[in-house]
Design a protein around this ligand. Structure first.
Ligand code: ZN
Length: 121
């Protein structure tokens, strides 16, 4: 019995090459999506900073009050995790779960009225 029993040397097959190419494309797509998300986050951060500068200039609000409000909003979902967790709702039409990221029910197409400027973001 050879010590190499059970060992199969790797030979590249057309299927392997196709899988490698698919994996490469998926990786490139994921990188492009990540880059786009980072761009959007940078723009959002810039707008938030500009809004805060304007608020500070036009009111007597302090940095401490801002941080206190951030903590208050963070706590509204019951978890201090540095983010606002969206609550899952049932569709009023078909009663299935609606994705908090979509304004429209994915099952029946029912469109939920926008209740906040931040809905659907
Ligand atoms: Zn529905």
């Amino acid at each position: 019995m050879s010590m190499f029993n059970g060992f199969t040397p790797h030979h590249s097959s057309p299927l392997d090459d196709q899988l490698d190419q698919t994996a490469r494309h998926q990786s490139q797509d994921a990188r492009a999506e990540l880059y786009e998300l980072e761009e959007r986050m940078d723009k959002l951060q810039l707008v938030c900073m500009a809004m805060w500068e304007v608020i500070k200039e036009k009111t007597d609000m302090t940095e401490l009050e801002l941080m206190s409000k951030v903590q208050e909003l963070d706590l509204r979902d019951g978890v201090v995790d540095g983010k606002v967790t969206r609550t899952v709702k049932d569709c009023p039409n078909c009663h299935r779960r609606m994705s908090p990221r979509h304004k429209r029910c994915l099952y029946c197409g029912h469109e939920e009225l926008v209740a906040s400027a931040f809905d659907g973001i």
